[in-house]
Design a protein around this ligand. Structure first.
Ligand code: NAD
Length: 347
């Protein structure tokens, strides 16, 4: 949902936290020393995880070395498709996959819940932050088993976006998935009568909340292609097709975003890249707080939704992980509504 937050993208470099809890598990015998970095990936698993047993059963060597960021594109990599036990991994496993997640502001952010959902399944992440959220993102990242790459990115800046993908290419040598959870509307646009929507408010809302998906997908394209395809996901809301009080120009931006999902899906589908959206029910986040009367929406859902409750952030994240994973590999151009069923009701 929309927010009154200002776009204050910082140009500061990332501080890459190191986490010592991961074992670095390699399959050196499956990786030709001369193989290009783009065709190789690192498998990082904790000693307590289920995957290492499967991997080691296949003769893979555990080095025990604590890993640091920046090693994935070099010698410490393995092609997932070459793992002998690959067919035994669940479809929702993200071991060896790399993803970029945009839109983490704090622990309530839906993007953060998605980050946790895919990270616990083995993904290594790049997280971006907008300006003032740098410290939050660094603090949160301490809770991930694999140290993420943390980068500044204001999605209204093509320079920022280009820098993010350049760094990801250097560090990961490719990308498997992308989540765009950025949204913004000036606060006054979420209070005033819709007819008073300003030209500038309309422009900036659509730029950050809808165009960002095009710009990010374009930037990610060469990296996704290096992996033979991938999955792109964004977050929408039912205000794209129905009127909710004060959602205003953000509803128009979400309609544009959902149309963008379909057009992008058609465009990049031949490259084996999928593009989908999860449309979440109302959740109390920083962005939602910018919508006047948001608490009324939160109260009405449990009265009318078939499940008689609101959704939890983790439920949105699990559905997102499904669409990002191989389990969703036949799905593209879709808007999956995760709202306890509210959208099916007439009254
Ligand atoms: P949030 O405030 O945690 O996330 C919004 C994010 O957008 C923040 O991280 C913010 O930094 C980022 N952002 C804003 N302008 C930016 C810019 N110029 N450059 C880069 N990043 C920018 O709130 P959230 O509710 O987790 O929102 C995430 C997504 O979920 C949004 O698209 C929102 O519309 C959507 N959504 C939210 C709800 C809800 O009820 N909270 C429901 C449905 C959909």
């Amino acid at each position: 949902m929309a927010t009154g937050l200002a776009g204050t993208g910082s140009r500061m470099d990332s501080r890459q936290a190191t986490h010592g809890s991961a074992l670095h598990v390699l399959a050196p015998d499956t990786v030709p020393a001369t193989a290009p970095a783009s065709t190789r990936e690192t498998i990082n698993v904790r000693a307590t995880d289920r995957v290492p047993r499967q991997v080691s059963a296949a003769g893979v060597q555990a080095t025990g070395a604590a890993r640091g960021p920046g090693r994935d594109a070099d010698q410490s990599a393995v092609d997932r498709s070459e793992l002998p036990c690959r067919s035994h991994l669940p479809m929702t496993d993200f071991t060896g996959k790399h993803g970029l997640i945009v839109g983490v502001a704090n622990k309530r952010s839906i993007s953060w819940a998605i980050a946790q959902a895919v990270a616990k399944r083995g993904a290594r992440l790049a997280l971006t932050y907008q300006g003032r959220f740098e410290e939050h993102v660094h603090d949160l990242s301490q809770g991930l088993d694999q140290a993420p790459l943390i980068l500044p990115c204001d999605v209204s800046s093509d320079t920022d976006i280009a820098a993010v993908f350049e760094k990801i290419d250097q560090e990961f040598g490719g990308l498997d998935f992308l989540v765009d959870g950025a949204a913004f509307a000036p606060r006054e646009e979420l209070e005033a009568p819709f007819v008073n929507t300003s030209r500038e408010g309309f422009r900036v809302t659509k730029d950050i909340s809808a165009y960002s998906l095009i710009a990010l997908t374009r930037g990610a394209l060469p990296l996704l292609e290096k992996r033979g395809g991938g999955s792109v996901l964004t977050l929408s809301y039912l205000g794209s097709e129905r009127v909710f009080p004060n959602y205003n120009v953000m509803g128009v931006a979400k309609a544009a975003l959902e149309a963008t999902v379909r057009y992008l899906a058609a465009d990049v589908g031949p490259k084996n890249i999928r593009v989908n959206a999860v449309s979440a029910g109302p959740i109390k986040t920083l962005a939602a707080a910018g919508i006047k009367g948001f608490s009324n929406i939160l109260h009405i859902y449990p009265e009318r939704a078939p499940l008689r409750r609101n959704v939890e952030t983790a439920e949105v994240a699990e559905a997102s992980a499904f669409l990002l994973s191989d389990a969703g590999k036949g799905i593209t151009g879709e808007v999956l509504i995760v709202d306890a069923g509210f959208h099916v009701t007439g009254m």
